[in-house]
Design a protein around this ligand. Structure first.
Ligand SMILES: [Zn+2]
Length: 59
């Protein structure tokens, strides 16, 4: 079974955290790191490919 959350990590400041897919925008949308405010596509914050798949499946 898939977990009901995805794990994120910021590629710039390395902050890691978890969120539920419904609280996140689509993977191709710009997302701002809550710690360092880096702007990148949300897909770049996914910690693993599995997290990206979970995001796509549950959104
Ligand atoms: Zn950051």
């Amino acid at each position: 079974m898939e977990e009901a959350y995805v794990r994120l990590v910021c590629p710039e400041c390395s902050k890691d955290w978890q969120s539920t897919p419904r609280d996140l925008p689509a993977p191709s949308e710009t997302y701002n790191c809550p710690n360092c405010h880096a702007s990148r596509r949300l897909s770049e914050f996914m910690r693993t490919e599995q997290d990206l798949q979970t995001l796509k499946e549950l959104q």
